[in-house]
Design a protein around this ligand. Sequence first.
Ligand SMILES: [Zn+2]
Ligand SMILES: [Zn+2]
Length: 264
Amino acid sequence: MGDTGLRFGILGSGSRGNAALIESGATTLMLDAGFSARETVLRLARLNRSGEQISAILITHEHGDHCRGVVSCARQFDVPVWMTAGSLSAMKDDVRDSLDIHLINPHEVFSIGDIEVQPFPVPHDAREPCQFVFSDGDTRLGFLTDTGSITTHIEAMLNGCEALVLECNHDLGMLRDGPYSPSLKARVGGNLGHLDNATTARLLRRLESSCIRHIVAAHLSETNNTPELARAALARAFDCDPSFIEVADQEVGLPFRNISEAWV
Ligand SMILES: [Zn+2]
Ligand SMILES: [Zn+2]
């Protein structure tokens, strides 16, 4: 692992908990805090990191799989937490009362240490959900999970990124024929739910492809998708070998990747 340039690793991805690390220079951001502090520390250790190295926590939205550990992690690591006013309004009082909160305007770029953060709003069934593009001024990393449908704004934000972490929540056929109740199927598959493999593949096809060096499928459903299906859908869209597409899973996440190093 190099120590220069923008790099990222994932502590875990899926409906049982989400957290990722984005680093540049001396700055380490934790994106979402979907695991308890205890669990987060164990997962950080797998990536050779400790809580003391975290500079700040960013929260995408208030669903438990993204903020279950926000209070315990922010207190234990003694770091500020960034989120939208809508997300904050949906959380328990102890978040507002006990943490150092910085509010995000989801249309305004901001910086934390060496990393520039461009938030953007996404359609999802939460108060004010947003996703992010991270940059060190040289390369860009786009994250997109927990999104029910693709907007032209999302497309514009992700265009030109060298690395993409994209939700592949479900396969449409597996969701349709699977065990979920009709109401849960409607929620997950709806415009404010989660992205399916084919929709994410269509998005990928529309993005400028020549700059893309890393594609990671994330937030896969363990019931309504398989890593093979997600990989195959994105590989067809990007016209690459399926092995180029990595899958961030719930247990193992993803080891660190240096964005300036091509993954081939
Ligand atoms: Zn989620
Ligand atoms: Zn969500």
